[in-house]
Design a protein around this ligand. Structure first.
Ligand code: ADP
Ligand code: MG
Length: 516
């Protein structure tokens, strides 16, 4: 496959140069909060009983070359994607049909749907809904054209707890700093303005979405101050990523109160007002006489089965969903982010009939045409004609090598790759196969870089994944869109030998783009 750069990238470094760069990156990262709470593998819990230590997040020493056309493609379609997912979230019948196709093999999705039904029966009280979205892409290289052409192809669309917007802005800043101060000093120097490093406003962008929702929520009729809640997992190590957003949300005049609440503590520290609006009230744990009305609940948890250890956890999610707070996301928006929905939306337009996509956005605009280009082949695993065709591919020991099989899960570590697919399917009852989708693997052009992870350098081939953030605030009843913005980007890279790329899961690293 064609390389993205003409010369060697990153530039060959001497050992002394590597050490010098490591010193600079180590300090810059901690000084600027490009960090995570120490993993026990790096600092054992006994050595840090008070939990005061942090280490820099794994990061590349150089920004990775990334095709400018693909970067711009991702930015250009984001607002259309925001609009699309707002519209999908509003189409309950479509979501019901889609969700029902996977429910038999998936209790988690069934439970989410049941919470929605319960709230629907008594009536939702909050018409506004907030999305902090991230659309993930890899570069697909088409070698059949000359020169080979590149396109951004969507890996997945995240509608809940899309992370790293806090750290990615700082990774861009780190690489800009190195480009200005360190790369020009190398023996194979990179001149100060030789790299095209775009600004990354992910923190302001994402916080701006939360602030827009906060301001759209009316003044408390009950006389309380309004607040924003970040609903988090207990023991979160990727906490500074979230903190950067919190700090930015408070940067408003007057200050917006922001509180972190562990998902396990919802029922302990919040109540619902006994009014038709069912306002969500937050009781400050250290002084429960201080009460705030929750305008926005930003959910950075709740996407994983571990977040629901028992029925009480589901009761707590129901308690939030029926409250008057603006949810980011609501259950319907969370369900709009399933891989099944992505597969259905990406279904090619039949020649005569309208596309599924056309139910949600005007399918004849240039923006929709751009959006179509980001889809790759994704197949159902059900008993439809397309599903049976996909089952053949998934079970074939040769054909399966071009695919990834995905369940309706988030957070990394759930997918089944290539040759592992046939055996995996055989362990499942066939009736559960439709809970999965089969996706063609995107094979990006080769890129090399050097990763600084836990004080050690890893050098070699990497695979880059671009995430484009967007924020959208809409009225679930009328469909009116009150706010629709792009919100910066994320580049995550992983060693080209690793299938999964989650930074928090320990395989990936933070990166930024050097546009080529
Ligand atoms: P999750 O919700 O767990 O993040 P993803 O769909 O993002 O699930 O898949 C996890 C990882 O698997 C991605 O970050 C990417 O590295 C890899 N991956 C997923 N789909 C593809 C694909 N179609 N082609 C290549 N790699 C993929
Ligand atoms: Mg992902």
């Amino acid at each position: 496959m064609a390389s993205l750069t003409s010369g060697a990238f990153p530039p060959p470094l001497t050992e002394t140069e590597k050490n010098a760069l490591v010193e600079v990156v180590k300090d810059w990262a901690i000084a600027n909060g490009l960090a995570v709470r120490s993993p026990p593998a790096v600092i054992p819990a006994e050595a840090d009983p008070a939990g005061i230590t942090a280490v820099n997040v794994p990061v590349t020493l150089f920004p990775s070359p990334f095709p400018k056309v693909c970067f711009e493609q991702g930015q250009a379609v984001q607002q259309t994607y925001n609009e699309l997912y707002a519209a999908v979230s509003r189409d309950e019948a479509f979501l019901e049909q889609t969700v029902k196709e996977v429910m038999d093999g998936d209790d988690f999705i069934r439970n989410l749907w049941d919470v929605h039904l319960k709230v629907k029966a008594e009536g939702y009280t909050q018409p506004l809904s907030l999305g902090l979205f991230r659309s993930d892409y890899m570069v697909h290289q088409d070698s059949s054209t000359s020169p080979p052409s590149v396109q951004a192809k969507q890996v997945e669309f995240n509608t809940i707890a899309a992370s790293f917007g806090g750290l990615s802005a700082y990774t861009s800043k780190l690489h800009k700093f190195l480009a200005a101060t360190e790369y020009p000093l190398l023996q194979n120097a990179l001149a100060p303005d030789s790299l095209n490093l775009p600004d990354n406003q992910s923190i302001q962008g994402l916080a701006g979405g939360i602030q827009a929702a906060f301001h759209a929520y009316p003044k408390s009729e009950l006389g309380y101050a309004k607040c924003v809640i970040f609903l988090v997992q207990g023991g979160e190590r990727n906490i500074f990523d979230q903190r950067h957003l919190e700090y930015q949300v408070t940067q408003s005049s007057p200050t917006i109160p922001v509180f972190r609440l562990a998902i396990a503590d919802i029922l302990k520290h919040t109540t619902l007002a006994n009014t038709p609006k069912r306002q969500l009230l937050y009781h400050l744990p250290r002084d429960p006489s201080k009460v705030f009305e929750v305008a926005v609940i930003y959910i950075r948890s709740g996407y994983h089965t571990n977040d629901y250890p028992d029925q009480t956890a589901w009761d707590a999610r129901y308690h939030l969903e029926r409250s008057g707070a603006i949810k980011c996301p609501s259950i319907l928006t969370q369900l709009a982010g399933t891989k099944k929905v992505q597969q259905v939306l990406a279904t090619p337009r039949p020649s005569s009939e309208p596309s599924v996509l056309g139910k949600f956005i005007n399918d004849s605009t240039p923006a929709a045409a751009e959006l179509w280009k980001t889809f790759t082949n994704i197949y159902p695993m059900d008993t439809s004609e397309a599903g049976l065709e996909a089952r053949k591919k998934a079970l074939d020991p040769e054909l399966c090598k071009a695919y990834v099989l995905k369940p309706q899960r988030e957070g990394g570590g759930n997918n089944i790759y290539r040759s592992a697919i046939p055996e995996f399917l055989k362990t499942l009852p066939e009736s559960h196969w439709s809970a999965y989708i089969l996706m063609e693997l995107i094979v990006p052009p080769p890129v090399s870089n050097i990763i600084l992870r836990n004080g050690h350098l890893e050098e070699g081939g990497i695979i880059c994944e671009l995430g484009v953030y967007g924020t959208c605030l809409w009225n679930q009843g009328s469909g009116e869109i009150l706010h629709n913005m792009g919100a910066g980007y994320l580049l995550r890279s992983k060693g080209d030998q690793s299938e999964e790329g989650g930074v928090a899961a320990g395989y990936g690293c933070m990166d930024s783009v050097s546009l080529v």
